[in-house]
Every structure is written in structure tokens, then in C-alpha cells.
Ligand binder design. Structure first.
Ligand code: IDP
Ligand code: MG
Length: 169
């Protein structure tokens, strides 16, 4: 096992296999309001990524602006701020080989109306402004976003007894 330290987000590389990554997931206000938090967690658990951190947090405007800094100035930005601060969210860190892309493909396309059935957004949504879930779009974003929501001591790296049947590790 080769270990690399990259802002706490890239964790290890097994031979030439996939890199173990961490990614930030939010069950957004509409998911929390609709009672879909458990469904989101269940789907990620079933897919095989490992829950490494979890908290409920009511995002304030300052955190919202920092989290969505890439979208400042876009036409939907003000609406996005209102939406993401409207109710508490459930913030999570998920970990595993290629966790960033595994989570993104489990979520589906940004616009639920275009997301594939079988994805979270494709099965539970139809409105781009209420798209249920956030997942970091790269390892670099994940590092930045996880730092906004979690202290390092709030994140646990652990192994399941049957880990090798899920991640091969
Ligand atoms: P992502 O969440 O799939 O990564 P991004 O393009 O990073 O999508 O956009 C961030 C969030 O901003 C989206 O999840 C959605 O909540 C919101 N958003 C993006 N595009 C639009 C839009 O055209 N109208 C309204 N909200 C949008
Ligand atoms: Mg994004």
C-alpha cells in the first residue's frame, strides 16, 4: 500500500488500482424536507462507498457563498443561496476508491429532468433548482469543501469486516 497525503482527501493508492478518495455530499434542503435523507444514505451505502463523517447543519449565507464560490455572478446564484440556506442540510463525507466519481454517477445529472432513472436525481426529482443532493466534482473541490464543513477529527477512516468484497481493499 502506498500512502499519499493530499489535503486529507486522496488517501491511498493500492498498486495501480483506483485512488481512495473522500468526497463531500449534502442532502440538500428539499431532500431533508421530503424525508429523502435516508434514501440518499441507503443508496450510497448500497453502492459501496463508506460513510466517514455526518452532521446536520443549517448553512448560513457566508458558508453558502464560500461553498458555491464558483457560481458567483451566475443568473441562478441568488436563488441558489436562498435554497441552500432555507432549511438544514445533512452534510456527509464518503470515502472509497474513486469516491468522487462513484458518488457523482449515483447522484445523476445536475438537472433532474435529464438525469437517468436509477440515479438519485433521476428517480426523485424534476426541477434543477431542487435537485436533492450535492457531491464534490473533483478531488480538489472535495478537499476544499470538506474543510468548509468538517474538522479533521470529525472524519473517521475505518474498514468494514467485509471490505474486500466491496472495494477490494
Ligand atoms: P452540480 O450540483 O451537479 O455539481 P453545478 O453546476 O455545480 O451542479 O451547480 C451547483 C448547483 O447550483 C446545482 O446543484 C443546482 O442546485 C444549482 N444550479 C445549477 N444550475 C442551475 C440552473 O440553471 N438553475 C437553477 N439552479 C441551478
Ligand atoms: Mg458542482
Amino acid at each position: 500500500m502506498r500512502y499519499i497525503k493530499d489535503n486529507g482527501t486522496r488517501i491511498s493508492v493500492r498498486g495501480d488500482g483506483p485512488v481512495t478518495e473522500r468526497t463531500l455530499v449534502l442532502a440538500k434542503p428539499d431532500a431533508v424536507a421530503r424525508g429523502l435523507t435516508g434514501e440518499i444514505i441507503s443508496r450510497l451505502e448500497a453502492r459501496g462507498v463508506r460513510l466517514a463523517g455526518l452532521k446536520m447543519i443549517w448553512i448560513d449565507e457566508d458558508l453558502a457563498k464560500r461553498h458555491y464560490s464558483a457560481h458567483v455572478g451566475k443568473p441562478f446564484f441568488e436563488g441558489l443561496l436562498k435554497y441552500i440556506t432555507s432549511l438544514p442540510v445533512v452534510a456527509m463525507v464518503w470515502e472509497g476508491p474513486s469516491a468522487v466519481s462513484v458518488v457523482r454517477s449515483t447522484m445523476g445529472a445536475t438537472n433532474p429532468a435529464q438525469a437517468q432513472p436509477g440515479t438519485i436525481r433521476g428517480d426523485f426529482g424534476m426541477d434543477i433548482s431542487n435537485n436533492l443532493v450535492h457531491g464534490s466534482d473533483s478531488v480538489e473541490s472535495a478537499g476544499r469543501e470538506i474543510e468548509l464543513f468538517f474538522k479533521e477529527e470529525e472524519i473517521y477512516s475505518w474498514k468494514r469486516p467485509h471490505e474486500k468484497y466491496i472495494t477490494g481493499e
